[in-house]
Design a protein around this ligand. Structure first.
Ligand SMILES: Cc1cc2nc3c(=O)[nH]c(=O)nc-3n(C[C@H](O)[C@H](O)[C@H](O)COP(=O)(O)O)c2cc1C
Length: 351
């Protein structure tokens, strides 16, 4: 392993928050919460073991019952969720770590069985194909268009989740607006067919995301709010449209006016260049339009990330699967030890 220097230096993420290093633990759904969505002691142990990361971003945590799309994902909408998350944040803080909660609503990436029999809410009525991950025989299907009243209530639910996350001891929240989930469904032409003030134009299509950022920022302070975006279409049946770049350049220009903590790329392979982003990778596109802290993610080797951070292509990197394989990833880097390889079977248990 080559020398890692810059990535291991501390970084001032905001005037509130100084990070020990620039290597973040990426949000990763582990589907190991209790059946009522409460995080467990095993989850507290799992996160505490990784407290050496500059910042841990938790797995997607659902903001309300109709935002669920998988079994055993954690929530942040019940009293007991807040109490149990306190155990997690205390364990991480005790080890000197920092932790943001990723707040999540899956939108159309759900099934009536998860949400009391209703059709999943989305920007528009669309249809998804395919089997739901981690199930034997449950398939995606139709979604329905959120009414204006429901949109207002969703924005309020994100703000409530942010408030509850801070009550549970988190250092901040990351708004999950990436990977084809609810907010992303408003940001791409493929899934936003609306004809009202939330559709048709870059300004309207960005409105929902911006209203959520402002609602959360107003409640917990902007320096405690980050956002994850996937300007390229790649997951959960999103299909790119050449007009998408205009939506994301508009959104990023507006985020420049808000003192949020960061913008984080949501991607599994950040070497991919997207036609709809005019041949750029997601992080290149974000860097070109956003002037604040940029966190890259997606298949990064740490030696490459070190080079790219030194050359200012981005400011921080989030690491996912290698953090599952190596709870002591930061120690190994400091001691110049090789990392263990990730294997999908490691997802079976929380270690
Ligand atoms: C098991 C697993 C679960 C994931 N769950 C989430 C999630 O809840 N929220 C999210 O934004 N990204 C999620 N991701 C994506 C990761 O945050 C990250 O972007 C991706 O793994 C690429 O980084 P890596 O190559 O360093 O693993 C998940 C990835 C994996 C492997």
């Amino acid at each position: 392993m080559n020398k890692i220097n810059t990535l291991l230096e501390s970084y001032q993420l905001s005037n509130q928050l100084s990070l020990k290093n620039r290597i973040l633990m990426a949000p990763m759904t582990r589907a190991k919460a209790d059946n009522d969505g409460s995080p467990t002691q095993a989850m507290a142990d799992y996160y505490a073991k990784r407290a050496d990361a500059g910042l841990i971003i938790t797995e997607g945590t659902v903001i309300r019952p109709d935002g669920i799309g998988y079994f055993n994902v954690p929530g942040i909408f019940k009293k007991q969720h807040i109490e149990k998350w306190k155990v997690v944040t205390e364990a991480v803080h005790k080890e000197g770590g920092r932790i943001f909660m990723q707040i999540w609503h899956v939108g159309r990436v759900s099934h009536p069985l998860f949400i009391g029999g209703d059709l999943p809410l989305s920007a528009s009525a669309t249809s998804m194909q395919g089997r739901i991950r981690r199930t034997q025989n449950m398939y995606y299907g139709k979604s329905r268009e959120a009414t204006l009243e429901e949109i207002n209530s969703l924005i309020q639910s994100y703000a409530d989740a942010a408030y509850h996350a801070i009550s549970a001891g988190f250092d901040g929240v990351e708004i999950h607006a990436a990977n084809g989930y609810l907010i992303d469904q408003f940001l791409h032409y493929h899934t936003n067919l609306r004809q009202d003030i939330y559709g048709k134009t870059p300004k309207n299509m960005s409105r929902f995301a911006l209203e959520i950022v402002k609602a959360c920022g107003d409640v917990i302070g902007y320096s405690r709010v980050g956002i994850r975006l996937s300007p390229g279409a790649y997951l959960n049946e999103m299909v790119g449209d050449s007009r998408d770049a205009d939506v994301f350049s508009y959104l990023l220009s507006k985020l420049n006016d808000l003192p949020i903590a960061y913008v984080h790329t949501g991607n599994f392979d950040d070497s991919v260049k997207f036609n709809e982003l005019r041949g750029q990778s997601m992080t290149q596109f974000i860097r070109n339009h956003y002037h604040g802290n940029v966190i890259a993610s997606g298949g990064y080797d740490l030696t490459d990330a070190e080079k790219l951070v030194s050359q200012k292509h981005f400011d921080l990197v989030s690491i996912g699967r290698p953090f599952i394989a190596n709870p002591d990833l930061i120690t190994k880097l400091k001691q110049k030890k090789n990392l263990d390889s990730y294997d999908a079977s490691m997802l079976d248990s929380l270690n």
